[in-house]
Design a binder for this molecule. Sequence first.
Ligand code: PEP
Length: 250
Amino acid sequence: MRIPLIAGNWKMNKNPAEADAFMTVVADQVPDPDQVETAIAAPAVVLTTMAQNNAPDRLRLAAENCYYEDAGAYTGETSPKTLAEMGMRYVIVGHSERRLYFNETDDLINRKVHAVFRNQMTPIVCCDETMGRRESGEKIHWVVSQVTGALKGVSEQQARQLVIAYEPSWAIGSGTSASADQAEEGCYLIRQTVADLYGDPVADDMRVLYGGSVKPDNIAELMTKRDIDGVLAGGASLDAETFLQLTHYQ
Ligand code: PEP
């Protein structure tokens, strides 16, 4: 059985004091992780305080990015080993903003996926789809190639634990989510790609999230879909009460 995962991505939007205030509100109210798992991804400088202060046990902490080496002369980068030592459970890898603004390629994303697994954390691999590619009919090829590229050299056992998020950039931050059917179509395509690579049992274990303008009023319908195991929410994760509504979508 796949446990739903409701994850927030704060991006570059909160300072440590704001993160503390958020945690104080959600601490005792997020669901039991055996029923619905919850996670917040925050910038590394903010995670340092969150990990030390009052992050509740039942809310997983996640990094928004990391480098693929554990240590060395890589000025400005964040070590996956350090993130693991700080208690991170997840690391978002290959978000569309990183592909777009920081030129992240499938090869770089693949190296990061390996680094996250090597440090006993779980990657949340984001898979983009632009409106241009959707309209040109190139979408299928692109989603398949992003998933295949990210998973190069990943073992069957690792693939089972993996989380992949279908995040069409035309829906991210736009206020207009993909419809539940469009979101299911993307998540199904991702699961089929994993099935082609590793077989059905692995694809059945792996969780696929939808991300793109998820809000309290559209999450319930999204979560009824067979291949949607949770969401990655940006804007709606910034306010504690709104995030709590997402986590209690049932
Ligand atoms: C995101 O950036 O991962 C995201 C899904 O953002 P939003 O929910 O704001 O569209």
